[in-house]
Design a protein around this ligand. Structure first.
Ligand code: UD1
Ligand code: CA
Length: 454
């Protein structure tokens, strides 16, 4: 059986009140359209065409080579949108699945079921409908006394009585290609919105005596996004699904209501995620970690047995057994080695910290390469920026940097070297040497008493 799919995504999404095309708004970290496309591809449909219009270049960029596109230069309605794929579909001998780019919770099984039923019924068109408690905004399904579908009426065109109907059109249909485009050409914009409605095809087919099927779906799968309230409502459903999947795979989520994990994130078994934690982008977390409370991880790669508390980690790697925080900020391109301790109020940027080293308190480490088993004393900072350029700092294995040291880059501290507390190091310190830069301390006995007398 030949099957192609069309995703309608040309609309601006006026009700979103946004500069961004509706289908590019993000849900659990990915554009809305990605979920729809994933579901279509997972159903094994190879020929997929997305109708683009508002923000077409941006939408096409997100789609990449996963789908073809057809441009709808002016958004005159869903029937007009579907007409734009005619050059790509004409002569196609099979069936066409049509869906909207703003219905991201849909599952691949629902598509395959719809197509199966369409074939079993010998229908010319089969639509997916659903019953919802609050049908506001959707097209209502009008049936006759025998329960046969008669037509679809849009919210804005419905009578008070029709508005009470809770069975709605999901915007997902299966059509025989034969005859479809001829029928689309007959649709007129005779409605409140002056648009060419794809939904009118249903009434047209029924009047002609063609077989029109209706298959019902679970409304939680067919929630559409027209405004930002619906965006938040769908996000809540999807977020819970992501957390449920994680819990099913052996991750403890202490409080799903206050935990936010993007769809693409991977988390290993027996990791515990504490509240107020955000795990975003392509983050991967290993097993037996403790993440949060209060962590934000963006595109982070976290090994096993890692602890992260009240900290932010962006585009960086934290290896097995390391601990970060509380209150650390790990900025992009950082690699934290195995068993490292990055403590409170520490910022690390574009640096490598070798295995088992410690940066326990109040430090800034930027553009630095730190070896293994190094101790960086409290308050130590790398002065990596001279106002024009960024310079590197290198610290060898086993070095001990005393508290409150300024390392003025470019500078190198050799393996096993020791830096006296409070030094401002501007010259390289060789392996095993002591580097100290400090004014000699004066001690004047009985100074306090003399001062009082004066
Ligand atoms: C549509 C259906 C409605 C259904 C609902 C399900 C019509 C007339 N109405 O209403 O019966 O209950 O979906 O969610 O079809 N689009 C274009 N070009 C256009 C207009 C729209 O590509 O000219 C795209 C949009 O980008 C969107 C989809 O078609 O992805 C649906 O359009 P939208 O305006 O959201 O329709 P609804 O009012 O939700
Ligand atoms: Ca919609």
């Amino acid at each position: 059986m030949q099957l192609a799919a069309v995703i309608l995504a040309a609309g601006k999404g006026t009700r979103m009140k946004s500069k961004l095309p509706k289908v590019l708004h993000k849900l659990c970290g990915r554009p809305i359209i990605d979920y729809v496309l994933d579901a279509v591809l997972a159903a094994g449909i190879e020929k997929v065409i997305v109708v683009t219009g508002y923000g077409a270049p941006e939408v096409a960029r997100v789609l990449g080579d996963r789908a073809g596109t057809a441009l709808q230069a002016e958004q005159l309605g869903t029937a007009h949108a579907l007409q734009q794929v005619y050059p790509y579909i004409k002569g196609f001998p099979g069936r066409l699945l049509v869906l909207c780019g703003d219905t991201p919770l849909i599952s691949p099984h629902t598509f395959t079921d719809l197509v199966k039923q369409h074939i079993a019924l010998g229908a010319s068109a089969t639509m997916l409908t659903t019953e919802i408690p609050d049908p506001g905004g959707y097209g209502r399904v009008i049936r006759d006394e025998q329960g046969r579908v008669v037509r679809i009426v849009e919210q804005k065109d419905a009578t008070a009585e029709e508005l009470l109907i809770r069975e709605v059109n999901t915007g997902i249909y299966c059509f025989d290609v034969a005859g479809l485009f001829e029928s689309l050409a007959e649709i007129l914009p005779a409605n409140a919105q002056k648009e060419y409605y794809l939904t009118d095809v249903i009434g047209l087919y029924v009047r002609r005596g063609l077989v029109v099927g209706a298959v019902t779906a679970d409304f939680r799968e067919t929630m559409g996004i027209n405004d930002r309230r619906q965006l938040a409502a769908v996000e809540a459903v999807m977020r819970r699904q992501v957390l449920d999947d994680l819990m099913d795979s052996g991750v403890t989520v202490i409080d799903p209501a206050s935990t936010f994990v993007d769809r693409q994130v991977r988390i290993g078994q027996d990791t515990v995620v504490y509240p107020f934690t955000f795990v975003e982008g392509k983050t991967v977390i290993g097993e037996d970690c403790v993440i949060g409370p209060g962590a934000r991880l963006v595109n982070a790669r976290i090994g096993n047995n890692v602890t992260i508390q009240h900290s932010i980690i962006t585009d960086s790697e934290i290896n097995d057994g390391a601990s970060v925080g509380p209150f650390a900020c790990i900025r992009p391109e950082t690699v934290i080695g195995r068993g490292v301790r990055v403590g409170n109020f520490v910022e690390v940027k574009k640096s490598v910290i070798g295995n088992n080293s410690k940066v326990p308190h109040l430090s800034y480490v930027g553009d630095a390469t730190i070896g293994e088993n190094v101790n960086i004393g409290a308050g130590t900072i790398t002065c990596n920026y001279d106002g024009e350029n960024k310079w590197p700092t290198r610290i060898g294995d086993g070095a001990f940097v005393g508290s409150n040291t300024n390392l003025v880059a470019p500078v190198e501290v050799g393996p096993g070297a020791i830096i006296g507390a409070g030094s401002t190091i501007t010259k390289d310190v060789p392996a095993g040497a002591l580097g100290v830069e400090r004014a000699r301390q004066s001690v004047i006995p009985n100074w306090a008493a003399k001062k009082k007398k004066r």
